[in-house]
Design a protein around this ligand. Structure first.
Ligand SMILES: [Zn+2]
Length: 199
């Protein structure tokens, strides 16, 4: 079932809820305390709580086990990938026009391919032909001189041929809000993914 962002009508709080969701999903045991106003922090924490719940529903062998962080690439290879959190993440990267608008600044896709968001119930094998993976961070407090930082302050990794390569860049980046996005030219879809089958 698709996860609904309760702040989807508001570009600012909607974005912050989705950042909280990603942080809670990647580090469910950590209390993240970004320097937001009390109202935005509340939206972040609601997202964080929803993200934690989604992660904890996953079977341990499929990325639900806190100790399996290093094994996520293996799970992706053996079991496949699914749409992260059953969520389309439509509010992230609003300053540049959304996740897809940011991704197409990084990946090479044919001019006649119009990417659309990944279905919230998508699952499939990793590293298929015509796929690229890219690590993205929706925070805007990156130093502008840092490699991969956009004019709006977001951060992107490089377009990678495998999930494992993009995951490694995401883990190296160090922000818990960082996500790996799958881009498929064949299905013309683009969205955040996580190892294993969905719950
Ligand atoms: Zn970051």
């Amino acid at each position: 079932m698709a996860t609904i962002n309760p702040f989807a009508d508001d570009p600012v709080t909607g974005d912050v809820w989705e950042q909280g969701f990603l942080a809670g999903h990647s580090e469910p045991e950590v209390d993240h305390l970004p320097p937001f106003s009390p109202e935005l922090l509340d939206a972040f924490q609601q997202g964080e709580s929803a993200g934690r719940d989604e992660r904890r529903l996953l079977p341990p062998a499929e990325g639900g086990d806190e100790t399996s962080e290093g094994g996520l690439a293996e799970v992706a290879k053996d079991v496949g990938l699914h749409a992260l959190g059953h969520c389309a993440f439509e509010k992230l990267f609003g300053a540049i026009g959304g996740l897809i608008a940011l991704v197409i600044t990084v990946v090479q896709i044919p001019g006649d391919v119009q990417l659309r968001p990944l279905e919230p119930d998508w699952e499939g094998a990793a590293d298929q032909p015509d796929e690229q993976y890219v690590a993205l961070c929706p925070r805007i407090d990156h130093p502008l001189a840092q490699v991969g930082v956009t004019q709006d302050g977001y951060w992107t990794g490089l377009a990678q041929p495998t999930y494992a390569d993009a995951l490694s860049e995401a883990q190296g980046h160090g922000h818990s809000e960082t996500t790996v996005c799958r881009v498929s030219v064949q299905d013309a879809t683009c969205g955040a993914v996580w190892p294993g089958k969905s719950n």
